[in-house]
Design a protein around this ligand. Structure first.
Ligand code: ADP
Length: 397
């Protein structure tokens, strides 16, 4: 029997999972990983082994709608048949928001669950989906411990000046502050980076996926990030606006007669790359398109990434390294090249050949600011936290 930590990363239309052997105090060992995607439209279930080779691929008919609970049932049934020697020892979940209360990963007891549900208004697009599998797994697995790992934790100690809005104090005291997200990704990258750039102390990491944000990391700690109170702030994203003059929201309410639901739809689902291009939220499609609106969407995205490199360098008093990660950051060489062109004056001498080859180093040897492509691994970070919280790591820190 192999005891395993099951990692669950549930989004609105997908459920990613991975299994790790806890490995008694050493680094968790990946056993298999996969995802159920397009779960509400045309579900597909894929499992890959530790080397990335596909071992199972199941499809459902177009129009099939699966819940998170259906997907988990499918996963557990798959395990019973294909991994009968694996026993789930613990489950680690990616949870978007820990609010002001949860500054570190925590075991999910009943009262914790209630407090996490109370944070749903702060992350309406993510938190309900993140929490849905917790109950479904409790129903199937009984007392197997479950751990919440937060996207906000890595940012919890950032300076107050980076955390406050210029709002009346009572609003700040209610918790209306800049939390920051993608923390599991940033934490993973900040642990990896010393292997590549051991001297780098002032680092900007650009996590550019469907959701996108950037973080200023000084000596391994987050000092600021582009996302704020919710995950709609900062960079333009696949379908989200990013930072927006709040006057636009008032205009929508007062002049256009939009209600809260319509505005939420506008901010989260109809804007960003999709809204500007009118074509797609998918960076690959935009880079392949000849449409000038697609080019404009890419330019706008690149511009905001570059502008935030400057802003985040100010937060650290300088810049030693710039790291690109997540779907766009890891794969879209033209986006990296365009960002590098904007920020060359900061001391980044870009290596176009290395960039086209995918890195990892994409700056020249003599560049004062180094630039890197480093794949992120949020699931591994969740496995590490889960092992630590439950003491499955033999007390290793
Ligand atoms: P998430 O996990 O937030 O759903 P990902 O990190 O997988 O998102 O990133 C998805 C984004 O990455 C999409 O915009 C997709 O187009 C982009 N992407 C993935 N592969 C490539 C590629 N080869 N070239 C350009 N963009 C890519």
């Amino acid at each position: 029997m192999t005891d395993a930590i099951l990692v669950i990363n549930a989004g609105s239309s997908s459920l990613k999972f991975a299994g790790y052997a806890a490995n008694g105090g050493r680094e968790p060992v990946l056993l298999a990983a996969g995802k159920a995607e397009a779960i509400r439209t045309a579900p597909r279930f894929v499992v890959k082994d530790k080397d990335g080779a596909t071992v199972t691929e199941d499809h459902w008919r177009d129009g099939t709608e699966l819940s998170h609970s259906d997907c988990l049932a499918h996963l557990l049934d798959w395990m019973a048949t294909n991994a009968a020697d694996v026993r789930i020892q613990a489950v680690g979940h990616r949870i978007a928001h820990g609010g002001a209360d949860f500054r570190q990963a925590v075991r999910i007891e009943d009262d914790v669950m209630r407090r996490l549900e109370a944070l749903i208004p702060l992350a309406p697009l993510h938190q309900p989906h993140n929490l849905a599998p917790v109950q479904a797994l409790a129903d199937r697995l009984g007392d197997v411990p479950q751990v919440a790992c937060f996207d906000t934790s890595f940012h919890a100690d950032k300076p107050e000046v980076a955390a406050m809005f210029a709002l009346p104090r009572e609003m700040t005291e209610r918790g209306v502050r800049r939390y920051g997200f993608h923390g599991l990704s940033y934490e993973y990258i900040s642990r990896e980076l010393p292997r590549y750039a051991p001297e780098a102390s002032k680092v900007v990491v650009a996590h550019l996926g469907s959701g996108a944000s950037m973080c200023a990391i000084r000596d391994g700690r987050s000092v600021d990030s582009t996302m704020g109170f919710t995950a709609v702030d900062g960079l333009p994203m696949g379908t989200r606006t990013g930072a927006l003059d709040p006057g636009v929201v008032l205009y929508c309410l007062q002049e256009l007669g939009m209600d809260a639901a319509a505005i939420e739809d506008l901010l989260y689902r109809r804007s960003g790359l999709l809204g500007v291009s009118g074509i797609s939220n998918d960076m690959r499609r935009l880079l392949d398109s000849d449409d000038p609106h697609a080019a404009q969407a890419v330019d706008l995205f690149v511009y905001h990434v570059a502008r935030n490199v400057g802003a985040l360098a100010v937060a650290m008093g300088g810049l030693d390294a710039l790291v690109f990660t997540a779907g766009i950051g890891e794969n879209a060489a033209p986006v990296r090249a365009a960002v590098a062109e904007w920020v060359a004056w900061l001391g980044l001498a870009f290596d176009a050949d290395a960039n086209a080859a995918g890195g990892p180093r994409i700056s020249t040897d003599g560049s004062r600011v180094s630039a890197w492509v480093i794949p992120t691994d949020e699931e591994r970070m969740i496995a590490r936290h889960t092992a630590r919280v439950l003491g499955l790591d033999g007390g290793a820190r």
